[in-house]
Ligand binder design. Structure first.
Ligand code: GRG
Length: 294
């Protein structure tokens, strides 16, 4: 498959849907809606929504049915980035290649834009069509848990508390599993749910998500060391400067690369139950992430 064309077309589809879901820039309070749109349309890769749609496809679902969940995931992801960039957290001036939300709109509006992006995600989920196996309560529970105090936010807390300390490989795994892999795993699980996946398919998709989610964060850690700020669209080398808990810091660069490859192989293997090229896009996405390592 032509992955570049696939990514471009999916990104456009997701952007069009997000544009429909978000209040227009001049809707009162205009500053807030401007800030929400500023961060949401800043050029993110749309990885979580694309994974959600690809998982729906693998389980023979319709893209249109998965789109509300895909968009909700991107809103939550963007909120987490806006809050993560705040001076009281990671204190970053650049994100997605442009000044961060608080640099443009001020800290107060950036906090509120993040809050509003998180909240609108649930409004968007409420427009999704439940399936025979997955009621609306299951869809809502899945996304709320992934974004909640024992997953995404737990990972962020552990990350903040680990700064400047020596962390074990076990603690590092906890941070990555929660801060990064939980949302990526739920992205593919929610796509599969909108396709009414059976238990075996959902298990396979979940294992794929776990492998890919962890590999993604190991690769992100590697990129922070090996790439420039221009390539990353955010400040490079920040992890070392802030004495962050990262894979290269804990096990070294070479072992981190081997670990990223091992986790990506696990992700591919998990998809073996799918036939007839059903999971072609998921395989291609896993390879694409690994290629970014260099
Ligand atoms: C504030 C609750 C809260 C959580 C913040 C997302 C996050 C947790 C922190 C950002 C820093 C970081 C390294 C997070 C790990 C996940 C990650 C690599 C995010 C970047 O995701 P990409 O590469 O970004 O998909 P784009 O901009 O392409 O969407």
């Amino acid at each position: 498959m032509n992955l570049k064309a696939y990514l471009r077309s999916r990104q456009k589809e997701i952007d069009r849907a997000l544009d429909r879901y978000l209040p227009k820039v001049n809707t009162k309070p205009a500053t807030l809606h401007k800030a929400m749109r500023y961060s949401l349309f800043a050029g993110g890769k749309r990885l979580r929504p694309i994974l959600c749609l690809a998982a729906a496809e693998a389980c023979r679902g319709k893209i249109a049915d998965a789109l509300p969940l895909a968009c909700a995931l991107e809103c939550i992801h963007t909120y987490s980035l806006v809050h993560d960039d705040l001076p009281s957290m990671d204190n970053d001036d650049f994100r997605r290649g442009r000044p961060t939300c608080h640099k443009v709109f001020g800290d107060g509006i950036a906090v509120l834009a993040g809050d509003a992006l998180l909240t609108i995600a649930f409004e968007i989920v409420s427009t999704a069509k439940p399936t025979p196996r997955y009621a609306m309560s299951i869809l809502l529970g899945e996304i709320a848990v992934a974004a909640g105090s024992q997953r995404l936010i737990a990972g962020q807390v552990a990350d903040l508390e680990a700064e400047g300390k020596n962390v074990s490989r076990h603690q590092l795994r906890y941070i990555h599993e929660n801060k990064t892999a939980a949302m990526l795993t739920s992205s593919v699980r929610l796509g599969a749910m909108t396709a009414n996946a059976d238990a075996k398919e959902l298990r396979a998709i979940t294992n794929f998500g776990r492998g890919l989610g962890l590999a993604f964060q190991v690769i992100d850690d590697i990129l922070d060391v090996t790439q420039t700020s221009e390539i990353l669209g955010k400040s490079a080398g920040k992890d070392i400067a802030a004495k962050k808990a990262t894979y290269p810091a804990v096990i070294g660069l070479n072992k981190s690369r081997a670990e990223a490859r091992r986790l990506t192989r696990n992700a591919h293997d998990a998809l073996s139950i799918f036939g007839n090229g059903e999971a072609e896009a998921l395989h291609a996405l896993a390879n694409y992430l690994l290629e970014r390592e260099y």
